[in-house]
Design a protein around this ligand. Structure first.
Ligand code: PLP
Length: 379
């Protein structure tokens, strides 16, 4: 059978060899519960804390500021609801953007139904949140701002440092700032110090780690209400026996990706170039959705008067996996909330596809994707 070409790395990535090895070691050898008091348990606890320190070092945080979760969705829920539930019945305000992942949007919607005041900021045609809009949206009752670092659909990178600085000085109240960095961590440099954020969500399966594991960075002093109650794990913020094999896989993957960021980025940009130059040379009417400040390797392309879903299925028949609309909800076939928010013309919006390359993709694969794409869109 012909080898399939996987170019849907924004949805999920393959498990790296380093991550698989780490997981295997801590499944079959060091498998004790980190809460157990015997020596094997204490050894597992030591290893868990070392992993916490290694992750903290990558994002320039303190180890005690890293809380392991089941992934991006849980981290986002914990940031929003955990913050909101510190103010029960007070109708406090949370400001977010209109292009967030559904883990944020639907958490915000849930809180809105409970009586919280949710503001969803618009974005410009590139997908960028306006700084003045944020400043105006923050009022005396604002308890959190949550704006994503990089968008999973169009790859746009938000000016998080500038946005966080605004939240911190608005109304002299130092409003906490959360960023969903699920699509960015492991792909671009992510430092909580440089970004000046108070909370940050990440998920291992987006950076060649295992599924079902992630973390939430919470700056010391930020109060959250736990959403999962039980034993006292994760300093009482997130109960449940720690998934040590998954934590070790995530740590190995994050370190490996972090150490290769520049090398990977250059490779991904070369792959993008093959697609973009090929489309232009063949006079194809297409648009790149989002601005220039975007994640390397993630291409959201729109073809005039074409159907993105049909393109996806045609490429699938040729052995190529890409996506239409959003990363984590690829079943949705309507025009996505992100493309609506950037006000993409209807004639282009329906013809949107997302090609997301990973470090494993080769130039030959990019040329194969280009040729298959040309065949479909030229029809
Ligand atoms: N946030 C963003 C930006 C994402 O792309 C995703 C995608 O899955 C999530 C959150 C949810 O993460 P997870 O799949 O780990 O629950």
């Amino acid at each position: 059978m012909k080898k399939r070409i996987y170019a849907d790395n924004a949805a999920t990535t393959h498990l790296s060899a380093a991550a698989a090895h780490a997981m295997e070691m801590y499944s079959s050898e060091n498998y004790a519960n980190p809460s157990s008091l015997h020596s094997m348990g204490q050894n597992a606890k030591k290893i868990l804390e070392e992993a916490r320190s290694r992750i903290a070092a990558v994002i320039e945080a303190e180890p005690s500021e890293i809380y392991f979760t089941s992934g991006g969705t849980e981290s986002d829920n914990l940031a929003l609801k955990g913050r909101a539930f510190c103010y029960p019945g007070e109708k406090k305000r949370i400001v977010t953007s209109s292009i967030e992942h559904h883990a944020i949007l639907n958490s915000a919607e849930f809180l809105s139904k409970m009586g919280y005041d949710i503001v969803r900021l618009p974005v410009d045609e590139r997908g960028i949140v306006n700084l003045d809009d944020l400043e105006k949206a923050i009022n005396e009752d604002t308890i959190l701002v949550s704006i994503m670092l990089a968008n999973n659909e169009i790859g746009i990178i938000e000016p998080i440092r500038k946005l966080a600085d605004i939240a911190h000085i608005a109304h002299k109240r130092n409003v906490p700032f959360h960023t969903d960095a699920v699509q960015a961590a492991g792909h671009i440099r992510v430092s909580v110090k440089e970004l000046n954020v108070d909370m940050l969500s990440a998920s291992a399966h987006k950076f060649n780690g295992p599924r079902g594991i992630g973390f939430l960075y919470v700056r010391k002093g930020i109060k959250l209400t736990p959403l999962i109650n039980g034993g006292g794990q994760e300093a009482g913020l997130r109960a449940g026996t720690e998934n040590l094999p998954a934590v070790m896989g995530m740590t190995a993957a994050l370190e490996e990706n972090h150490n290769r960021i520049a090398e990977n980025q250059n490779h991904l940009l070369d792959l993008e170039k093959i697609i973009l130059e090929g489309l232009s040379e063949n006079n194809i009417d297409y648009r790149i959705n989002g601005g220039k400040e975007k994640l390397p390797g993630l291409l959201s392309l729109s073809f005039k008067d074409r159907d993105g879903e049909k393109i996806l299925h045609r490429l699938d028949l040729s052995g190529i996996c890409i996506s239409t609309g959003s990363a984590c909800n690829s079943r949705e076939t309507e025009i996505s909330h992100v493309l609506k928010a950037i006000a993409l013309e209807k004639s282009y919006a329906k013809g949107a596809i997302r090609i997301s390359f990973g470090a494993n993709n080769t130039e030959e694969e990019a040329r194969e994707i280009l040729n298959a794409l040309l065949k479909v869109v030229k029809r």
